[in-house]
Write a protein that binds this ligand. Structure first.
Ligand code: GAR
Length: 208
């Protein structure tokens, strides 16, 4: 059984959706560790309630490399196969990325490369886009930047404000993260330049 490590900083609804989809059999994996950099994160409380191996590694007052080294050690100890950033509001150091090549995923509440960074839903809303959505991507050293695995779009309605838009995007995030985890765990993908492609589709096309 593949093992997931979850990193979070806050509410933890993406983590909760992943945990739920594991328990209902939609993701063939188990969560071997949940780590928060913030002691007060609701997500870590939820992880404790679910009886999962939960750890707070505070980032406050530590240099990035030191904090990342502690997180890397905990993830290795927990034997994770795949790391899911679920509202983990920190940029990872190059050493972290190198420790787990193509094994770190992130979810972002916009159709990247539009609106990276904080408050993506508000940025999109205020820009006046008609369609937004969410992106699950491999993590590289740059903010919200790595190869895209799954995107789901969400229309922006005239009646929306940034909160109603964020709520509808969040519903799609919970679906998109499961799709992306399953694709990566299946190994049925290859990366060509920046493009994440399904091997089985490519093989099918070649056979035609
Ligand atoms: C989610 O909307 C996620 O996409 C976003 O933080 C929220 C966390 O919610 N992440 C980013 O903006 C990363 N750049 P959650 O704690 O309920 O999963």
């Amino acid at each position: 059984m593949k093992q997931l490590g979850i990193l979070l900083s806050g509410r933890g609804s993406n983590f909760a959706a992943i945990a739920e989809n594991i328990s209902n059999g939609r993701i063939p994996a188990r969560i071997s560790i949940v780590i928060s950099n913030r002691p007060e994160a609701l997500g870590i409380e939820h992880a404790r309630k679910l009886g999962l191996n939960s750890l707070v590694i505070p980032s406050k007052g530590k240099v990035r490399e030191q904090h990342d080294a502690e997180v890397i050690a905990a993830l290795r100890e927990a034997n994770v196969d795949l790391i899911c950033l679920a509202g983990y509001m920190r940029l990872l150091s190059p050493a972290f990325i190198r420790a787990f090549p193509h094994r770190i995923l992130n979810i972002h509440p916009s159709l990247l490369p539009a609106f990276p960074g904080l408050d993506a839903q508000k940025q999109a809303f205020e820009h006046g886009v008609k369609v937004s959505g969410c992106t699950v991507h491999f993590v590289d050293e740059f903010l919200d930047h790595g190869s895209i695995i799954v995107q789901r779009s969400v229309p922006v309605l005239d009646s929306d404000d940034d909160h109603t838009l964020a709520a509808r995007i969040l519903e799609q995030e919970h679906i998109a993260y499961t799709e992306a985890i399953n694709l990566v765990l299946s190994g049925d993908f290859e990366i060509s330049d920046r493009r994440v492609l399904r091997k089985s589709t490519l093989a099918g096309n070649r056979a035609l």
